[in-house]
Design a protein around this ligand. Structure first.
Ligand code: UAG
Ligand code: ATP
Length: 507
């Protein structure tokens, strides 16, 4: 499937400018395994996957779900790799002349090996890891804003920001070699803080191995990725890995939800708890919360009783949770609470997160990335409060391929707050789009919501804006920042805000 992107071209390279070098012998010592025959062979980068190989790289041959990466060792050497790190099975697949370091599990060695090459780059900055089904991106941006956007980096589903620079996303959490290289770039740019979204895949696949975040944040747990995690307990266990000594020095846990309270009781690192609802048992609390249509103000009370007033321009009660987590993480990592309020107040929006657009239309128009049941619920609940007199018209689709079980729930949760649902397509890939829409509709039918089904996403958005009256709000759910629409024939370039503008201008 061809890949499309209309993101701005990055100004920086995603690898550090400085050349780092390590020998296989030193690497073997660091990983505590036997040195290979040609221990003096050096490598200057690390690559997981032949697509990423650059001259001088150490290629990681990892057994995957489909094949053993070591099968591609010859291709990696052709692309410039000087050596391979793999397991015993992989070693038998590597051409005999290629220097090879053998470890028990190369996936788990990817982080330590990359951190070793780049000399533990994250140690030079305050690092905050964030997990949770909803709110990772927003909280990462709150961390960066609080610590000063120009001096901070974020790594997550929107992409990677390095001060003003930007790399388009590949995964929510990059594979360890790319993650460590990005940390090294951030160190070169003299950033003081980095906020990283740690997905459940990343935590189980070793992408954040090889270092411990200064603070690990757990926000919440909803329904997601049940194609990868067979049970909710398994999904929780994956997220809980962030709050272990291997991954974080201290844990920040939002205890406004059931799973947060479970984790706070069982985490194996020191935990500080947060509560936006002001729970007296929480270390960090929000007090005197004033929710407004466009933002909120509240007082953060720290564990030692310090009180600082915070304001945000971002809509949604859940952003009180996100801000509390961000400022608790930074303060527990050594920042002064009082210094953090101006940056939070200055953050105007986060791309594709309840983002408002004014294209001259008389009604409110919003793009929001919510594509999971609880996120849809939280987003529409927030928009309901900003639409006191009018109707909430939501355009909703669901992805193909992954987690079919969540589609009905998405429909049901959307119907709780929307007055009109325009059910459409959202990255069906090669799944039957009509079947996906039918699941959403089946979920929504339990309520009195008015439902219109329009397969074509542009037509659906056009229909939504045509039915909107001045007091109404139209929200386009699902894609947020995404720059593609994945259909059976391939990906096409797509950006919801652009299409929204086009359909509004055509009114
Ligand atoms: C389920 C999952 O996470 N799979 C990851 C896994 O793939 P895999 O085990 O199937 O690998 P494989 O296809 O068997 O290939 C084995 C090895 O051979 C290598 N290879 C393969 C072919 C080739 O030509 N050359 C080559 O080098 C591959 O890079 C891999 O290292 O290992 C690969 C390489 O390490 C990852 O790229 C791949 O992520 C895929 C792309 C993916 O889509 N992952 C998603 C589900 C994901 O991680 N999502 C999370 C959460 C998203 C969110 O909630 O926001 C994320 O963090 O993005
Ligand atoms: N703490 C929260 N609790 C519930 N819902 C939230 C929270 N924070 C954000 N949301 C909702 O979830 C949507 C996604 O937010 P965000 O992108 O910050 O989360 P995420 O965890 O990064 O999601 P994804 O992994 O899908 O990118 C937002 O648009 C908002 O509607």
């Amino acid at each position: 499937m061809p890949s499309v992107s209309n993101y701005p071209a990055p100004r920086l390279d995603s690898r550090p400018a400085e050349t780092f070098r390590a020998t296989l012998g030193d690497l073997a010592t660091r990983l505590d395994v036997a040195a290979p025959d040609r221990a003096d062979v050096a490598f200057t980068g690390v690559a997981l996957g032949t697509d990423h190989v650059r001259t001088g790289d150490l290629f990681l041959g990892i057994r995957g779900a489909n094949s053993h990466g070591a099968r591609f060792a010859a291709k990696a050497v052709e692309a410039g790799a000087t050596a391979v790190l793999t397991d015993a099975e992989g070693a038998s697949l590597v051409p005999s002349e290629v220097p090879t370091v053998v470890v028990e599990d190369p996936r788990l060695a990817a982080g330590p090996a990359s951190a070793f090459l780049y000399r533990d780059p994250v140690a030079s900055m305050t690092s905050i890891g964030i997990t949770g089904t909803q709110g990772k991106t927003t909280t990462a941006f709150y961390v960066a804003a609080a610590a000063g956007m120009q001096q901070s980096g974020t790594i997550g589903s929107i992409g990677t920001t390095v001060g003003d620079d930007f790399f388009p996303p590949v995964l929510t959490t990059p594979e360890a070699p790319e993650l460590q290289a990005l940390f090294a770039v951030m160190r070169e740019q003299k950033l003081g803080t980095v906020a990283v979204e740690a997905s459940s895949h990343a935590l189980t696949l070793g992408r954040v191995d090889g270092f411990a975040f200064d603070a690990g944040v757990f926000l919440n747990l909803g329904h997601d990725h049940r194609d990868y995690h067979p049970t909710q307990a398994d999904y929780f266990a994956a997220k809980a890995l962030l709050l272990t000594p291997e991954h974080a020095k201290v844990g920040i846990v939002d205890i406004d939800s059931h799973w947060g309270r479970v984790l706070a009781a069982q985490a194996t690192v020191p935990v500080r708890t947060t509560s936006a609802s002001g729970s007296e048992s929480a270390d960090w609390r929000a007090e005197d919360v004033e929710l407004r249509a466009h933002g909120s103000s509240f007082t953060v009370r720290s564990p030692d009783g310090e009180r600082v007033r915070f304001t945000t321009q971002l809509t949604g009660a859940f952003n009180v949770n996100n801000i509390l987590a961000a400022v608790a993480a930074l303060t527990e990592s050594g920042r002064d609470l009082a210094d953090l309020a101006p940056g939070i107040a200055a953050l105007p929006s986060v791309e594709g997160r309840l983002q408002r657009f004014d294209f001259g239309q008389p009604f409110a128009a919003i793009v929001d990335s919510a594509h999971k049941p609880e996120a849809i619920n939280a987003a529409l609940r927030a928009i309901r409060t900003t639409t006191p007199e009018g109707r909430l018209i939501a355009v909703l689709g669901a992805n193909g391929h992954r987690d079919a079980a969540k589609r009905r729930m998405m429909g049901r949760f959307a119907a709780m707050f929307a007055d009109v649902l325009v059910i459409t397509d959202d990255n069906p890939y090669d799944d039957d789009p009509a079947e996906i829409r039918a699941s959403l509709i089946a979920g929504a039918r339990s309520s009195t919501v008015e439902i219109t089904e329009i397969a074509d996403r542009r037509e659906a958005m056009a229909a939504a804006v045509r039915m909107a009256r001045p007091e109404d709000t139209v929200v386009i759910l699902g894609k947020g920042h995404e720059r593609y629409h994945a259909l059976a024939g391939g990906e096409i370039a797509w950006y919801d805000p652009d299409v929204l503008r086009e359909v509004i201008e055509a009114l």
